[in-house]
Design a protein around this ligand. Sequence first.
Ligand code: AVI
Length: 330
Amino acid sequence: MSTSSPAASPAQTASPTSALAQHVAEGLSRPQKTLSSMYFYDDEGSRLFQQIMALPEYYPTRTEFALLTTPRAAIAAALRPEAADEPFFLLELGAGDGLKTKILLRELLASGANFTYVPVDISAAAIDGLSASLRVELPELRVEGMVAEYTKALAVMATRPGRKAILFLGSNIGNFLPADRQEFLRALARPLTSDDRLLIGFDLQKDPRQIRRAYDDSQGVTAAFNLNLLRRLNRELGADFDLSRWQHYTDYDPISGAVRSFLVSTAAQTVTMPALGRQFEFAAWETIHTENSYKFTQPIITAMATEAGLHPETFFTDEQHYFADVVLKP
Ligand code: AVI
């Protein structure tokens, strides 16, 4: 199973001044060393993420897929204008391969909606692949793919007249830190008019053990996904991380709702990064914090939305209340 893609990294070959190099220099100089999960998604990381989404322990993707399938007519109706001929843009942030979105696209086409689908992704390969598959599967669909960062895409779309429905699926919103998440929600809300709609996917709080298992699977795919970040630094920054001296560790804090993932140095070691002209010291059992994946409740979603100037219109959730796709309006 596949899904919308998280923010992919722009850097393929890093120079000392590349975004990746600057990020690593800054993140590994902090008292709590930190690297952004944004850099997980090189080719190998994207392939491992596809595997994660098919894992028995990783419930979010299949739950959201089912959730979009069952009430698809109601979701489509909540996103589109009532008048069949009124044109609108369906913008998707982090479109990836669009597998889940195709459920909604088919539904909207069947209902006679007059819309242009604008998938946005930072990966040109993702947009090209999605556009090619849509030409074959849904030839009647108007598609205007955009290779851009989310904020740039929102700014471009704000200049184009007409109603908009914006999709942000897959609980990608969970990977933001709370302050960044609020800033992002406010940026989403700012250009919207009262006729526009948002559909955002949120992974919900549930049995803490089940959440933790989803991020520490028995086959070790999530561990490989996390460790691949070090492989990337070896390849793109010439670093000499010895992967046999690093472990994946994850925990879930039911109070904050955060899954936090770390890379743990199992021994005291020095890592050299020629592209930065620097060395980094790691004590035994020192960690690099690599990912946050927040889980939400309905009251938290409502409070976040309200603070950002948005109003939840409809909560679509599965029977077990594992996941919610929420329609929001300004
Ligand atoms: C992309 N994002 C929503 C995934 C998540 O669940 O936070 C990334 C992921 N990390 C480990 N497993 C999946």
